[in-house]
Write a protein that binds this ligand. Structure first.
Ligand code: GRF
Length: 200
């Protein structure tokens, strides 16, 4: 059984969708061992606690880079974590950690990478930029995390239409629906690919 650490900073709707998929048996051989939040204000912490999942608040505030590295590595080692799932985590992971957990850290981004990603493209800004550019389609991408921002290998991507009448909020809702299904599929692929011979 692979132990997942799900990293959040806000609502945690992706975390919730993943936990529900695990409960339904849609993702095999994984268990949510830890929900780590960059802030105590993250709403998603309540859900994790309700579900009886261990939670940990790890704020970068006032910490040196070395303290961030050591603090994160310590907590991951304590829970013997196999895979890290970034689900709206608003902090950059230290390079030390991305190297140590190479091909074991996943992220979801609310656009069709390589479009509308990288520094400055987060939250509603992504959807605003898509609409402003007059795109006809958008979507969500699950990818591995490397040392860059949204630059790791793509695991899964799914598209949706962008309509002329869409507001950024409309598009966000449509994309979020996709996120809630493809993230679980991508975790299942990565967690179980060697046994199923799935190529990603
Ligand atoms: C999602 O749109 C995700 O793509 C992005 O951050 C948002 C997190 O939403 N990385 P939630 O906290 O999972 O509801």
């Amino acid at each position: 059984m692979l132990k997942l650490a799900i990293f959040i900073s806000g609502t945690g709707s992706n975390m919730k969708a993943i936990v529900e998929s695990i409960e339904r048996g849609d993702i095999e051989n994984v268990s949510p061992a830890l929900v780590l939040s960059s802030t105590e204000k993250a709403k998603g912490l309540h859900y994790a606690k309700e579900k009886g999942i261990d939670t940990h608040v790890f704020s970068y505030k006032g910490l040196s880079q070395d303290e961030i590295n050591a603090g994160l590595l310590d907590i991951l080692a304590k829970y013997d974590i196999d895979m890290i799932i970034l689900a709206g985590f608003m902090k950059i992971l230290p390079a030390e950690l991305t190297r140590k957990y190479k091909d074991k850290i996943l992220n979801i981004h609310p656009s069709l990478i390589p479009k509308f990603c990288g520094k400055g493209f987060y939250g509603m800004r992504v959807h605003e930029a898509v609409i402003e550019a007059g795109e006809k389609e958008s979507g969500a991408t699950v990818h591995f995390v490397d040392e860059g921002v949204d630059t790791g290998k793509i695991i899964l991507q799914e598209k949706c239409a962008v309509y002329e009448t869409d507001s950024a909020e409309d598009l966000q809702k449509r994309v979020l629906k996709i996120e809630h299904t493809i993230y679980s599929k991508a975790i299942d692929i990565v967690a179980n690919c060697s046994s199923r011979k799935t190529i990603y």
